[in-house]
Design a protein around this ligand. Structure first.
Ligand SMILES: *Cc1c(COP(=O)(O)O)cnc(C)c1O
Length: 368
């Protein structure tokens, strides 16, 4: 196996889930969101760990992701959070995936697929209370929808919305979305309709605005130990470490240009250590001349451009970095640590994009 690997510590996922559970109001259930291959951590191992730690259902983005989990023998409720294309509805229902529904055509197709297969369909009605993405506007949840949800073969499994600014906004912005959602809940109640689950909160809302937990939260990023919002103090443990090895070291003189474009010129005679990871692995080119890596418990700067498969770090002549030394790109070594959130800050993005961007070329290994 190549020296560059992502090591996923499932015990940390477990602890993170348990910690979030300790922050939940009584009787709030936890859905573990494992879309995008468990945010790059491995959907199946993360799902099993989260379920062992007390999650009761799973969320994925795609029908394919749900089917993969079913094929691996996972039997708990799985909700497909994204819009399900017509051509995948039958397959989704066949695999007992729960669907997010907000248009009559999808509803009808789901119902008839269920009838063909002789099983009820479980639908979660999605209300767009201000995200401006999928979901029907609150006013469109009318009597016709109430009637649809009463049809035989349909289980009104959930009523849901999603917040646009739970991580960055003010209390009022999320409160406004919540109040639109409460109106719809009230309309259901007046008509004697009670969805099994009412859910709105992602990680940020769960932790910042506990009043939005209703009876289910959809937990993603916090489970992986990354920040759900800026300034979040981390009681959580980052679950993924990205490590490699020094594969080559050479000495160069002052004024030596390093890497594509020669964007780094050595200010003095120094050593260059080469690490076999690049942007094709998801270690982004934007980190060129910005990020650091850890070797022998010390931080070394990434010098020159990150190329597709390799990058270089600068080492002073007197320092004893050698071929074979372990390198930490994300994670900790000795007293030092580098988080995916810190790399995200350098790139003006969020930790989500760093971990989901680690490509399939990086083997995932599981540790404790
Ligand atoms: C991805 C996703 C989540 C999880 O969000 P986090 O911020 O990672 O906790 C929740 N709900 C929906 C609809 C999602 O798509």
């Amino acid at each position: 196996m190549r020296p560059t690997v992502a090591r996923v510590y499932l015990d940390r996922v477990y602890d993170n889930v348990q910690w979030v559970k300790s922050q939940l109001n009584p009787h709030v259930s936890l859905m573990a969101v494992v879309k995008a291959d468990g945010y790059g951590h491995g959907a199946e191992p993360v799902a099993r760990t989260a379920l062992a730690a007390g999650a009761e259902s799973l969320g994925v983005a795609l029908v394919e992701e749900g089917i993969t989990l079913r094929n691996r023998g996972i039997r708990v409720p799985i909700l497909v959070l994204g819009q399900v294309p017509f051509r995948q509805i039958a397959e989704a229902v066949d695999h007992d995936l729960e669907l997010v529904v907000f248009d009559p055509e999808t509803f009808d197709q789901a119902l008839s697929s269920g009838q063909k297969g002789g099983k009820p369909v479980r639908v979660h009605i999605k209300i767009d209370t201000g995200m401006g993405r999928i979901g029907m506007r609150p006013d469109n949840f009318d009597d016709e929808w109430i009637e649809r949800l009463r049809r035989p073969g349909v289980i009104f499994q959930g009523l849901m919305t999603h917040f646009a600014k739970a991580d960055v906004g003010t209390d009022q912005e999320t409160a406004q979305q919540t109040s639109r959602f409460l109106d719809v809940i009230e309309r259901c109640r007046k008509n004697g309709m009670a969805p099994n689950w009412i859910h709105a909160a992602n990680s940020a809302a769960t932790l910042r605005f506990p009043g939005t937990q209703f009876n289910l939260v959809r937990l993603g990023i916090a489970m992986y130990g990354l920040k759900a919002y800026k300034g979040m103090s981390l009681a959580l443990k980052p679950a993924l470490e990205l490590t490699s090895e020094v594969v080559f070291v050479k000495e160069v003189g002052k004024g030596f240009a390093v890497g594509y474009g020669g964007t780094y010129i050595t200010p003095e005679a120094m050593k260059i250590a080469t690490i076999p990871i690049g942007y094709a692995d998801g270690y982004r080119r934007g980190l060129s001349n910005k990020a650091h890596v850890l070797i022998r418990g010390r931080a070394y700067p990434v010098i020159g451009r990150v190329s597709m498969d390799q990058l270089n770090v600068g080492v002073r002549l007197e320092e004893g970095v050698e071929v074979g030394d372990p390198v930490v790109l994300i994670g900790s070594q000795g007293e030092q640590s580098i988080s995916a959130d810190q790399l995200a800050d350098l790139l003006d993005t969020i930790g989500y994009e760093i971990v989901t961007g680690l490509s399939a070329r990086i083997p995932r290994v599981y540790g404790n």
